[in-house]
Write a protein that binds this ligand. Structure first.
Ligand SMILES: Nc1nc2c(ncn2[C@@H]2O[C@H](COP(=O)(O)OP(=O)(O)OP(=O)(O)O)[C@@H](O)[C@H]2O)c(=O)[nH]1
Ligand SMILES: [Mg+2]
Length: 237
């Protein structure tokens, strides 16, 4: 637990010094500068930033210029990159985001506050405010994924594939997780089905900068498969 300038944080309170913001980055030169500047501004430069990078463009240089830790990795999909990113930092609270300037980094203090309030996982729900900027096919898919997961878990969830989520580190260390494109759904469902304090919170969602890295059809099928597999594994664990 850390101490802020002149103010001793109470024993159970995490600060930005306990926070890591992590992401997979794959040819995001158009967006990464804005994303990392936002994180720096909001956290006063105190959050550790980790980018697991498979780019062939200037993304990793821009990341290093912003003081981020860059881990190079051959592109193998979203989940392979984000797994390495989540497990890399030695900080008590880990927040994931996409590197496409879609997620509201100004909400980092709220996510940290929820963890300090006792949450184990805080998940940004993009659909609550309507997700106007999300392509229609993605929105429909995300609504169906949430329905499918809700039915299989017998617990209502609203956005299983969100990229913005905060985790207590011990939660992601204790649970065995296996999915690639479906990693986000998996890391909502497994903690929820094991009784952890998982909270969805509404977030705004912006238009993507740069090109998408996900094929909505093959990616969507993979995610649906992950949801079914994870739900069955957890139910019969
Ligand atoms: N290192 C690495 N990063 C990846 C890979 N695939 C995706 N990413 C990153 O993971 C994040 C999520 O990918 P997106 O393309 O935004 O996928 P999405 O959010 O489902 O789709 P959009 O609607 O286009 O935002 C982005 O920051 C990507 O750069 C990969 O194979 N390797
Ligand atoms: Mg994205």
């Amino acid at each position: 637990m850390s101490t802020q300038q002149g103010v001793t944080a109470s024993a159970s309170e995490y600060t930005f010094d306990d926070l890591a913001v992590v992401m997979g980055t794959y040819n995001e030169a158009e967006a990464i500068g804005a994303v990392l500047s936002d994180i720096d501004d909001v956290t006063d430069g105190r959050a550790e930033v980790v980018c697991v990078d498979g780019s062939s463009d200037r993304t990793p240089e821009i990341a290093r210029d912003h003081g981020a830790t860059v881990i190079e990795q051959e592109p193998q999909g979203y989940g392979v990159a984000v797994r390495e990113a989540i497990l890399a930092p030695d900080r008590s609270v880990v927040v994931t985001t996409d590197c496409d300037d879609t997620y509201p980094m100004e909400r980092l203090p709220d996510f940290l506050a929820e963890i300090n309030d006792g949450a184990d996982v805080v998940s940004g729900d993009r659909l609550y405010y309507g997700a106007e900027e999300m392509p229609g096919i993605n929105k429909l898919g995300n609504e169906l994924f949430a329905l499918l997961a809700s039915v299989l878990m017998n617990k209502r969830v609203h956005d299983t594939t969100t990229g913005m989520r905060a985790y207590r580190r011990e939660v992601v260390q204790k649970i065995r997780w296996t999915e690639n494109t479906g990693l986000s759904a998996e890391l909502l469902m497994r903690p929820l089905m094991r009784g952890y304090d998982v909270r969805e919170r509404p977030i705004e969602y912006d238009e993507r900068k740069g090109e998408t890295k996900l094929d909505p059809f093959s990616g969507g099928l993979e995610i649906a498969g992950s949801i079914v597999r994870v739900a069955l594994e957890e139910r019969f664990r």
